[in-house]
Design a protein around this ligand. Sequence first.
Ligand code: SF4
Length: 188
Amino acid sequence: MTLLLLIVLLVVAWWLLGRDHRSPADRDYEADERNRMPAELADGKLVLSEQYRRTDVPRKLGARFDQVFLTPDGRLVPVDTKRRRRTRVTPYDQIEVSVQGAVLRHGRPGPLSRYEVASYGYLRIVRESLPTVYLRFPLLGDCELEALVDRYQGIQSGEVEPRAARSPAMCRKCAYRADCSADVARLR
Ligand code: SF4
């Protein structure tokens, strides 16, 4: 009798664990999202999600990862999600995801250290009432990030003169606007 009860419990547990508990709407959403993904992400594996990590190389940097995928050929690719209508990669996007690339190269968790880090990343742009798009772009390397950090610190300390930004939009979001004589948005 005890054996019979055990078998029944095991069958129930197997049935419950093996079932797909997602609702039809969730399943449709996931299938739709997968169809829009680049093949290497759709066929890859999600290995990091919503995690903050740091590195001291090439400079002290920290990054919050939205998602990192392991492609079928063994590369780690950062994917950053933005909710907006505009479907282009800005210099700010490139720097943000490049920092994620540097943190992956120098500060990825042990089990991921045997994989190569891709020299590119993706921006996943979620648009209201429009299909999600994935944009691939090259990541900045360590030397380029080093130069950016040094320049940023130089501007903060007053040793480096800021250059005028390439567009007024950059100035409108800038934290140093109040003290900057090169503010393009104000000068135009
Ligand atoms: S306000 Fe000055 S420092 Fe900020 S982005 Fe514009 S030009 Fe650069």
